[in-house]
Design a protein around this ligand. Structure first.
Ligand code: NAP
Length: 458
């Protein structure tokens, strides 16, 4: 989850201070200490990538937000939105004011390709396109020129498929989603006819998952085109496929199905290509083409041949993974772009645990894995945090009065849980007449306005 998702802090309550016991006697109570949690987020809205990353046409994945709502309804939970760590409150203050701080600020930017032309107008990180169509308020002024006939998506992960699919959705498919109004209008008016998805390795090595590959074949307005020649496997890949998990086998089955299917003449096409790397994005003042090189696999790695081609296109989405960025005063490993940790306990430069400081999610492990992966990961972190609480390693718990006073004193317009509920209600009410789950508020002022009355209400 991203910093936009927020960092959370939790504590075990007072009884630990009285005699070092977490809770009343009785095995069940001892295993389940009472905790109070403030979820701090720099955005006025919670849920991170569930709101701002998961594709809008995947409502079932977004349904996990119901579990978040149940947690938010528990006694002792508070949401403190529009609070930025490093700007409104420091790490040192958080550690002082809470028994423990868990950083879960995710991976907020994109990995770079490191090729000429990467920064030409028209070459975009997929992360920004995703944030834009999902209504992230920091990305609403971006202007994506979708008038070109061919869009190229670099990468073979699920984000690449999300981007390709979003570009291919018909007005009828987009209408019932919570894609922003601006993005719906832009995609409906797009001149894009072909979306070319380029993988540097083969079909067996692709990072995407079968449901996502399979749903491409269900799109009303786009054919899926795969050249059967690109599915011919080298001996290494054939052996890899043989031993691969069922998910990889299903991916390849889907691709073989597409390769054997005649195009139905739908208005748009998603063309999947393999064993090709971008070597340059070409154009004088904006993207006009992309130069690709054919790769061979050597020990599973993509190695460039001399075989190059130039493909005309007007827009490129670089979807080669997210990248974590540091947060003030929190240890950061520049190589892995994660917070150094042992199972979620944050480590300082000498490898010693930073007292009361933990991390979870993508900033702990790197930007891989689905929601379930991060749940497991968070469980590990919280387990260690509770161990530390039980062994008396944590300071006194949440001092709600002091944090409220500190934020009030700094003039921070905090959006509380009821402020967020006001935003949520306004969005749902706006969507209801159209059969949409919500019409998102995606501008800072609109979000803060909708929370009004509850903002600055600490
Ligand atoms: P990802 O799964 O790590 O995929 C990144 C892709 O970029 C890989 O195909 C990788 O190829 C390729 N790549 C990396 N560097 C490259 C380069 N220099 N040139 C060309 N290709 C390059 O990342 P993601 O798609 O951003 O997804 C992030 C995580 O979110 C994943 O775990 C994903 O499953 C999850 N997610 C899930 C869903 C869903 O469940 N529906 C939706 C979106 C995202 P190599 O394999 O060769 O490195």
């Amino acid at each position: 989850m991203s910093r936009r998702d927020g960092s959370s802090s939790s504590r075990s309550r007072g009884r630990r201070r009285a005699g070092g016991v977490l809770c009343r006697r009785g095995a069940a109570r001892e295993r389940r200490p009472r905790v109070e949690v403030d979820l701090i987020d720099r955005l006025p809205t919670p849920w991170g990538l569930v709101r701002l990353g998961v594709a809008p046409d995947h409502p079932n994945i977004k349904a996990v937000s119901r579990a978040f709502e149940k947690i938010a309804a528990q006694p002792g939970f508070r949401f403190l939105g529009n609070v930025e760590v490093g700007r409104d409150v420091t790490h040192a203050e958080l550690v002082e004011l809470y028994g423990a701080v868990v950083y879960a600020f995710g991976a907020q930017t994109d990995r770079r390709l490191g090729i000429p032309g990467e920064d030409l107008p028209g070459s975009w990180p997929a992360t920004e396109f995703v944030a834009w169509y999902n209504g992230h308020p920091d990305f609403q002024d971006l202007e994506f020129d979708l008038s070109h006939e061919r869009a190229v998506v670099i990468g073979n992960g699920n984000v690449a498929l999300d981007v390709a699919r979003m570009l291919a959705l018909t007005p009828e498919e987009l209408a019932p989603t919570d894609t922003t109004e601006e993005a719906i209008a832009a995609i409906n008016a797009a001149g894009v006819r072909e979306i070319l998805v380029v993988g540097r390795r083969g079909p067996v090595q692709a990072a995407w998952t079968p449901v996502e590959v399979g749903e491409l074949g269900e799109l009303a307005g786009a054919d899926v085109l795969v050249d059967p020649a690109e599915l011919e496997l080298d001996p290494g890949s054939a052996a890899e496929l043989e031993a691969a998990p069922a998910t990889v086998k299903r991916n390849v089955e889907h691709l073989r199905g597409y390769a054997g299917r005649a195009p139905a003449g739908k208005p748009r096409a998603i063309r999947l290509r393999f064993l090709r790397s971008p070597v340059a994005i070409l154009g004088d003042d904006e993207v006009e083409a992309i130069e690709l090189v054919r790769n061979e696999l050597v020990d599973g790695r993509a190695v460039a041949t001399d075989d190059r081609e130039i493909v005309e296109c007007g827009i490129v989405f670089r979807s080669v993974g997210y990248r974590g960025v540091p947060l003030a005063d929190i240890p950061f490993d520049e190589t892995s772009c994660t917070v150094p940790n042992a199972g979620g306990r944050v480590l300082d430069g000498s490898g010693a645990p930073v007292p009361g400081t933990y991390c979870a999610g993508w900033i702990k492990r790197g930007p891989t894995g689905i929601i379930g992966t991060n749940k497991k990961d968070a469980t590990e972190t919280v387990g260690l945090l509770l161990d530390d609480a039980r062994s008396g390693k944590l300071g006194p718990g949440r001092d709600a009065g002091a944090i409220d006073e500190l934020l009030r004193g700094r003039g921070v317009a905090v959006v509380t849980q009821s402020g967020w509920e006001a935003i949520d209600a306004a969005e749902r009410a706006a969507g209801e007449p159209y059969g949409r789950p919500r019409v998102k508020l995606s501008r800072w002022d609109a979000l803060l306005e909708a929370a009004r009355g509850d903002a600055v209400s600490l």
